[in-house]
Design a binder for this molecule. Structure first.
Ligand code: T4K
Length: 371
């Protein structure tokens, strides 16, 4: 096996378009001196994204978190929201910052999304919405969730931060639920440096989302809502437009690597990979591997990789209910599967330019720790 790598291999590496392409896009910004507040690129990016994501309604935001927070605000909810503890801090924070109470529901063993069979047992007369997460790009059981939501008159707002461009039976993932938030952060399959979007079902939400991201302003003399500054600027939109030209190639390269990891690790005793759904077109956002009964523990693998200058990540450890800010409010014992998976999971490096031999080296290290 190779010696320690000279350059670190990180969990991901932002894909960038050729520099000349981005510079070319900057010229009209200089000519017009219009840098932000819904400029020409903002509009063009939104239209192109609607086509790519196979959606009718879409609003852009400065980042994914703001998109989610304002999407929830736009629904004008009160009470409890059923959600997952196995996610990034943003999901729960967006609920809490809207004055709502998160009710944490456990995840399933196969793909770590919300366990739809448990949702109904958590519904009370105060429940107003479900906020599931398509974690790692694994799509939730959207059909069952919708059925439950319809029966109990609940809103469904998906955190689809990881699910850019994914499809279920050929339909864009953003068509499910009342709204879905996509993140275009630099670490994502597709990015606009920072950025985000909300896809939504009811066309009437468009005006509200637009106002909410612009301080709630209606016109120069009317402020209708307590909004925020959630506007995407022209430099972000320009990066998004450039990256949209290359995203299919990005996903193709990621798929090759993900398949290779699968080929190397599948079937090894004590190693669990996510179940794949043949109805889903994936984007290969993350490469989560669960060490369950493997000779070496997750933290030992993490350390062994680190010693070779390979920096996998423990996404998502700890669970939300173990955070300092939530620990007192949500006992982790209520969601035992999430608690266990978060201690067993490691997300391996995965990005378009990761050399195949680096993926092999990672698998070699994992295998050797199992002997
Ligand atoms: N919901 C979910 C389920 C999410 O996962 C996220 C974000 C959100 C909501 C909120 O969306 P945004 O508001 O972020 O759009 C990263 C990302 O910052 C965050 O976007 C992402 N989820 C989360 C899972 O991962 P960190 O703290 O792990 O990032 P950091 O800085 O450690 O970067 C990770 C690796 O990425 C680095 O080791 C190298 C690489 N990298 C990073 C940056 C910043 C690059 O190659 N280029 C870069 O510019 O949170």
């Amino acid at each position: 096996m190779k010696e320690t790598l000279e350059r670190p291999v990180l969990v991901t590496r932002s894909s960038l378009p050729p520099l000349e392409e981005y510079i070319e896009m900057l010229k009209p910004i200089w000519d017009s001196a219009w840098l932000t507040n819904m400029g020409a690129y903002h509009e063009e990016f939104r239209e192109q994204l609607k086509k790519y994501l196979k959606l009718t309604n879409l609003e852009l935001f400065v980042n994914g978190h703001m998109a989610l927070e304002l999407a929830i605000q736009a629904m004008e909810l009160k009470g409890e929201v059923i959600t997952t503890p196995f996610t990034f801090a943003s999901t729960t924070h967006a609920i809490v910052r809207n004055g709502l109470t998160p009710v944490l529901c456990d995840i399933n063993e196969e793909d770590y999304t919300l366990n739809a069979d448990l949702i109904e047992s958590l519904i009370t007369e105060r429940t107003c919405a479900i906020v599931p997460v398509h974690v790692y790009g694994n799509l939730c059981d959207v059909e069952k969730i919708q059925e439950i939501a319809d029966r109990h008159h609940l809103k469904v707002i998906y955190d689809a931060a990881h699910a850019f461009g994914e499809e279920l039976d050929g339909k864009g993932v953003g068509t499910w639920g009342d709204a879905s938030m996509f993140s275009f952060h630099a670490t994502k399959v597709f990015h606009s440096i920072e950025g985000g979007a909300v896809a939504f079902k009811e066309a009437s939400l468009e005006k509200r989302l637009y106002q909410l991201k612009n301080f709630g302003i209606m016109d120069s003399e009317t402020v209708e809502y307590v909004g925020a500054n959630g506007k995407m600027n022209e430099f972000q939109a320009a990066m998004g437009l450039c990256n949209l030209r290359h995203v299919d190639e990005e996903i193709r390269k990621r798929k090759q690597l993900a398949m290779h990891y699968r080929h190397r690790l599948e079937g090894i005793k004590g190693i669990k990979l996510c179940r794949e759904n043949p109805r889903v077109k994936y984007n290969y956002a993350y490469m989560p591997v669960v060490f369950d009964g493997y000779k070496a523990k997750r933290d030992e693998i993490f350390q062994a990789l680190k010693e070779k200058n390979i920096h996998a990540r423990k996404y998502f450890y700890p669970c939300v209910n173990e955070y300092e800010c939530y620990r007192e409010r949500f006992p982790a014992e209520d969601t035992p599967v999430a608690a266990r998976i978060s201690r067993q999971v490691l997300t391996l490096p995965l990005y378009a330019d990761l050399p195949m031999d680096a993926a092999d080296m990672i698998c070699d290290i994992i295998e050797r720790k199992g002997h």
